[in-house]
Design a protein around this ligand. Sequence first.
Ligand code: FAD
Ligand code: DHB
Length: 393
Amino acid sequence: MNHQTQIGIVGAGPAGLILSHLLRLEGIDSVVLESRSREEIESTVRAGVLEQGTVDLLVHMGLGARMIREGAVHHGIHLRFAGYTHRIDFATHADGRAITVYAQHEVIKDLVAARLATGGKILFGAKCTGVIGADGSKPTVCFTHEGREQTLHCDFIAGCDGYHGVARPAIAAAGRSDYVRIYPFGWFGILVEAPPSSDELIYAYHERGFALVSTRSPVLQRMYFQCDPKDNVDNWSDDRIWAELHTRLETKDGWKPITGKIIQKNIVGIRSFVTEPMQHGRLFLAGDAAHIVPPTGAKGLNLAAADVRVLSRGLVEFYRSGRTSTLDGYSATALRRVWRAEHFSWWMTSMLHRFPDGDKFQQRLQLSQLDYVCSSPAAAKTLAENYVGLAIG
Ligand code: FAD
Ligand code: DHB
């Protein structure tokens, strides 16, 4: 079967769904192809931290009501090391901007429901197999849906299909440069039925490795700790997890995480990755399809949203005036923010994690850096303004 649309969007993650909404607001037609089911994308636990700019964008799109009601606005974070906690205050160091803790899959639920309610076309269970004709004027997405090979003919294609998708490989390796860093550790994530252990996020450095206390709701908490990326969740009993979190998080004044029933455990690998350019002909990459950051800076979802904000501006300009200057500059505009986030995420990761080859000298450097961030207003501002999100692009 052949389908037609103006913008073919591969992937119903934050990038694809936000793009589809932004285009609808401007009267531009799109079709979103998603390989997984609606239930699956609405239940996969990933990010939690939304920058002010992402929150503002969702509100502007008319999708802020539940996020404002149920999300938690945080005006600072805690850095914890050597048994003490230090607060980085956003009011002082980030001009009062804030972050909102609201789970990515809740954002996805809001986006899907609103898109379907306004007649949006999202095909679930539609697995894209390739992109052809990006150099021409009518590029095509090939996909399988309900057991049949189908095609979607478009004016433009947005590859929003994440790191393992098909859009990036559709740009010949000779036509792009990939920049990669793999870290020798992963993150073990848990969801816990318990009240919050802290009113704000805690990023902890410990000689046994990094730990992070986040939240989801008054009754559900999210925590992470650095682990071997090849480890298996089955090696970690609940008791062993709590013992590790206690060791890494406890302070001289006796703070302890509030424990509870662990209802989910998962391990993710950590990498930095950027492909340049993020466009080829009429194919544009956005979000994790083009770049990955280690989660320590809480930037991935926010970058995905920022990419498609720029891309939608270019597409709107094209359909209004026929001009392509914003579209032509898409990659350069997006990459400026991407590389800032790459640096910030690498820096946070380097400061807070234990490296297997890290000696006592490196540990002293990390502690010195943490001490500097917590005692110098200039260094605290660097962390805070990057964390809440810079106005780039
Ligand atoms: P994705 O969310 O990966 O969506 C891509 C979609 O494309 C998927 O639904 C996939 O099924 C679909 N797809 C793939 N291949 C195909 C195909 N061939 N055909 C059709 N569909 C396809 N970011 C933050 O901003 N803040 C945080 O606090 C944060 N914390 C994180 C914590 C963890 C543990 C992890 C793992 C990530 C975190 N992130 C965070 C990163 C964030 O989750 C990602 O950056 C974000 O999901 C990227 O969105 P996306 O739309 O680009 O890609
Ligand atoms: C969460 C994830 C992150 O990567 C981070 O830096 C902070 C919070 C979270 O899932 O809540």
